[in-house]
Design a protein around this ligand. Sequence first.
Ligand SMILES: [Zn+2]
Length: 327
Amino acid sequence: MPKQEIHPGSQAMAGGSHGIMARTYFRVKPFIPRSFRWVLRRIRIPRILKRSAGVWPIDETAAEKPLHWKGWPDGKQFALVLTHDVESQGGLANCRNLGELEMEFGFRSSYNLIPEGSYEDPVELREWLVENGFEVGVHDLNHDGHLYESRESFAEKAKSINSYLAKWNAVGFRSGFMLRQLDWLHDLNVLYDTSTFDTDPFEPQPEGSQTIFPFHVKPSDNIKGSGYIELSYTLPQDSTLFLLLREKSPDIWMRKLDWIARNGGLALVNIHPDYIDFHGEGNHSSTYPSSHVKEFLQYIRSEYDGAYWNPLARDLAFWYHNQSPTD
Ligand SMILES: [Zn+2]
């Protein structure tokens, strides 16, 4: 009996911890100014691009359909899930603008909030999101890069995360910096996790899930529970495209979306409200114009109207949970 649906990259992705370089980086990170952090990250780009030629932004092997795959509800060609990690006070201030932009094009999305980070629990914003059909999820606990430092400390932190999941009526989780130990996440009372990606060599734990489809992560025999659904993000993060690579248009998003649509997969993107400049006055080393997001949403509507399913992440996970073979 398989413990976990098999995907080419899932074993590599689930095991191991982030390396010593990453751990050192997270220790010194609080002392490095944000703009200089981008400079440091940009230094590594040429080497990463060279190493990942042919597997980023598209890894062709990720298009393989899971066993028993029956397609999306109502015969839709592909699924589209929009998610947002809110990193700072500045990001909180942009959430309504972003939500309104999404609603203008008929989309809904999931906003992942940090419970014990640099901002207070935004009660009013959470209410506004829920009233307008958006989802609230939990993003890490402290967002300091130390969530997975030891098995024992994670078990303690999981208790706190579970209390926020209950308080916020949330069922979804994403780690800070896409760090992960998929087999530890069984400690969380979640329906789904979205800390993985099909391909993203720019992250500190760069192993991809190599799939553009959801999959079930089941616990080993000595752990109780039925596991959770893993939703990998499959479009590059906005921060990677516009801040790290300094792309001047959302062209890479569109190209990858076209490929996912052709292959009938899940297009899942993580857009940070923190980095969007809605008023044309931002610092362009740490923000990008909101027109990039608008152009992308417009493109989805004009090219694929009627062809995609745009559920909240939790609704897609719930649907897949009910589809997923029980083996
Ligand atoms: Zn984050």
